[in-house]
Write a protein that binds this ligand. Structure first.
Ligand SMILES: [Zn+2]
Ligand SMILES: [Zn+2]
Length: 310
């Protein structure tokens, strides 16, 4: 089987206070040698090591909001990167207030970073990063404090290379195949032009992942998750506690399933569980009654997302 598009490792899956079973919010996403960290709750760096993830590929940290269970692991991690002599710049995305938090900690702890920390606060819908192969967007969710949800989206991949057509058009095996596969037009020895579109099938969809926590069910979450291969969404409460959940700016597992269904995602993983739940099987059943392809995250759980049509 081809390599996964994304490998997701749930570092912490609890909410509020850490328990022996669940650390606080943090999810690592690996993609083609790059690693993105979504939220950085207490002990995220310990879980990061436990999961066997190296620091070198860490390319960006995205913080959803300034609640302790999502951010108190950040300073420790940034300081460990310094101790590890990191030289590469690191992007740090998050809501307004994140910069003040990091600067305040640095001041109080009299610490400096030898690597460049590109800190970017965002107060609304925005594009955080765009490369030739993917984009990372953020949009405000509906929580008690300002909170961002994220969407990591690959660009469509080139269509399948049609070897028979390439041969028939007289393209010699070798480097020209690679040029065509990258979408370029090539010139043959006799001057004939061969366009990539002649030998490539239709573009294939890239993989999409959405991360939405903490939030009440809201349209922004549905938009972020639209058509995603994987939605990571909070389910702080069981389905009987809708009023309590919404009053506190959270979702129930039924809300999570409803958002997944409305957004037409392929798979839902529920995280950010309240420490009150020892046995999550009833919560899983409640969610699956609405959206069958649901899992409940546990610490260090790994999920691989593969490209469609492979
Ligand atoms: Zn939280
Ligand atoms: Zn919160």
């Amino acid at each position: 089987m081809a390599a996964p598009a994304f490998t997701i490792t749930f570092l912490g899956t609890g909410s509020g206070v850490p328990s022996l079973e669940r650390n606080l919010a943090a999810v690592a996403v690996q993609r083609q040698g790059e690693l993105f960290l979504f939220d950085c709750g207490e002990a995220a760096q310990i879980q990061y090591r436990r999961a066997g993830l190296g620091f070198a590929p860490l390319s960006a940290i995205a913080i959803s909001h300034m609640h302790g269970d999502h951010v108190t692991g950040l300073m420790g991690l940034l300081m460990s990167l310094q101790m590890a002599d990191r030289a590469e710049p690191l992007d740090l995305f998050g809501p307004p207030g994140l910069g003040e938090y990091v600067r305040g900690c640095k001041r109080a702890l009299q610490t400096q970073f030898g690597y460049r920390l590109n800190l970017r606060e965002e107060g609304g819908l925005c594009l955080l990063r765009e490369t030739a192969t993917y984009s990372l967007h953020a949009a405000p969710l509906d929580h008690r404090v300002f909170c961002l949800g994220f969407r990591l989206e690959e660009r469509p991949r080139p269509g399948r290379f049609d070897l028979t057509t390439a041969r028939a058009r007289g393209v010699p095996p070798g480097p020209l195949y690679g040029c065509l596969q990258r979408g370029e037009t090539v010139t043959l020895a006799d001057g004939t032009l061969v366009h990539a579109s002649e030998v490539l099938g239709p573009p294939r969809p890239g993989a999409v992942l959405a991360y939405c926590t903490d939030t009440r069910p809201c349209d922004a979450a549905v938009q972020l998750a639209r058509g995603a291969d994987l939605l990571i969404y909070e389910g702080t409460f069981d389905a009987t506690m809708t009023h309590e959940a919404h009053r506190k700016g959270h979702s129930t597992v039924a809300d999570a399933a409803q958002v997944a269904a409305e957004a037409g995602v392929r798979q839902l993983v529920i995280t950010h569980l309240s420490p009150r739940y020892q046995d999550v099987n009833p919560l899983l059943a409640q969610a699956r009654a609405i959206f069958p392809n649901t899992r409940i995250a546990r610490d260090l759980m790994r999920v691989e997302i593969h490209h469609r049509e492979e």
